[in-house]
Design a binder for this molecule. Structure first.
Ligand SMILES: Cc1cc2nc3c(=O)[nH]c(=O)nc-3n(C[C@H](O)[C@H](O)[C@H](O)COP(=O)(O)OP(=O)(O)OC[C@H]3O[C@@H](n4cnc5c(N)ncnc54)[C@H](O)[C@@H]3O)c2cc1C
Length: 375
């Protein structure tokens, strides 16, 4: 792979509105034959125009879900990438049903056209860099959503930019908007679409229903892409990122040209920890208290020694069976903000959301000292 300078950062606008805004579901569409993905088109209840966003960004929702035991509404934060381009009259998200999933199940089963949802402004840094550098997009499953927004935006703006999509699914029935992507590829010579099926059904025809049998792997990328300074954008399961990122680096792609998003647990390989700010509680403990030692979950009445087996306080709490709120798991939405009653934490990545004084974001912090959380 040829050398290339690092891309300049994408200019990100400040949050388009503070806190939550009410959005009405203008349309709900079932996207696939099995009904596992539904798209929601959202319009603001206040009737004001929708602010633009950067393709690749996501929305955070506060979902009010009845507690199955008491029937009382409980509140849950969940993030969904914008799956169409900016500049339209509605925002679109596309949600895959996760078996047993509380948030996705609620959206599939209970949120119908006309429903009103509470939505935070678009956020996130997994964004398509403007310019002319050729682009390779790699999606695994529902990880297609931010890439779909990037493709639609890029083709609306400049369809001549070289743009590849490698879309990995098990069989073609799982692919979101595949007919639309195929039509775009037929109309725009700059856009190349490869649907890769790891388990195509016997009735599926290679070259017609899909383009490649097998997963998206480095061999396919090397055979398809020319020796040009591509920008890579990967969104998919952790396993996909963990296999492709080192393979791309071994091929000679500089790390700063590889951009990733993961909808679940953030990959250690994908995001090496950075030396970043320290958050301090209102009552700091002395530095000699033993770096990252004992974590006290006050409300759960549990004290556990930090053993470094996980990356973040959120994962640590989950491993102890302590229910902690979360949304983006990447420091963007603030859903996991927790009062830090004593002690200090290290931030592992720079959060987009600014936590209030005396709190920390569990999803992007690890203990620096003994600490007490209001959890
Ligand atoms: C930045 C960002 C953007 C996202 N964009 C989208 C999007 O465009 N479309 C979309 O459908 N989802 C997207 N997600 C994932 C989404 O936020 C939820 O995590 C997902 O809908 C599952 O939530 P749930 O409440 O249904 O499942 P939960 O009730 O939280 O989980 C139920 C079970 O499923 C497991 N689980 C949770 N998430 C996943 C997953 N993604 N894959 C497999 N198992 C899982 C959990 O470990 C748990 O065992 C995004 C996440 C992030 C952080």
């Amino acid at each position: 792979m040829s050398d290339a300078s690092p891309p300049s950062p994408v200019p990100l606008p400040p949050p388009a509105w503070p806190g939550m805004r009410e959005m009405r579901v203008a349309n709900k569409t079932i996207e696939d034959p099995d009904g596992t993905i539904v798209s929601f088109e959202l319009v603001p209840v206040d009737g004001k125009p929708l602010p633009a966003f950067v393709p690749g960004q996501f929305l955070t929702f506060r979902l009010r879900i009845p507690d199955p035991a008491t029937g009382q509404p409980t509140s849950l934060a969940r993030c969904y990438s914008l799956s169409d381009r900016p500049g339209l009259e509605s925002y679109r998200i596309s949600v895959k049903r996760i078996p047993g999933g509380v948030g996705s199940g609620h959206l599939h089963d209970r949120v119908q056209t006309g429903a009103v949802l509470e939505v935070m402004a678009p956020s996130g840094r997994f964004c398509l860099h403007p310019g002319n550098d050729p682009v390779a997009l790699i999606a695994g499953g529902i990880g297609i959503t931010p890439l779909l927004s990037m493709i639609n935006a890029q083709i609306a703006r400049d369809p001549d930019r070289e743009l590849w999509l490698f879309y990995g699914v098990r069989h073609s029935g799982e692919a979101l908007q595949s007919a639309h992507l195929q039509a775009l590829a037929e109309r725009h010579p700059g856009f190349h679409y490869l649907l890769c099926c790891s388990q195509p059904g016997p009735e599926e025809r290679p070259g017609v229903d899909y383009h490649h049998a097998g997963r998206v792997d480095i061999t396919l990328l090397r055979l398809s892409l020319r020796l040009r300074p591509y920008l890579f954008y990967l969104c998919g399961p952790q396993t996909m990122l963990e296999s492709l990122i080192p393979a791309l680096e071994a091929w000679g792609v500089p790390g700063e040209r590889i951009h990733t998003e993961n909808f679940g647990v953030v990959s250690e390989a994908a995001r090496p920890p950075l030396a970043l700010p320290v958050a301090t509680s209102a009552l700091p403990v002395p530095r000699d208290a033993g770096g990252g030692g004992i974590v006290t979950f006050r409300l759960a009445n549990k004290k556990v020694r930090w053993d470094g087996s996980v990356r973040t306080l959120l994962e640590f709490a989950e491993n102890q069976g302590i229910e902690a709120p979360y949304g983006c798991r990447s420091g963007a939405c603030g859903a996991c903000q927790c009062v830090l009653e004593a002690g200090e934490v290290n931030y592992l990545s720079n959060p987009d959301y600014t936590p209030e004084p005396g709190t920390c974001l569990l999803c992007v912090t690890a203990p620096r000292t003994d600490l007490t959380l209001e959890l």
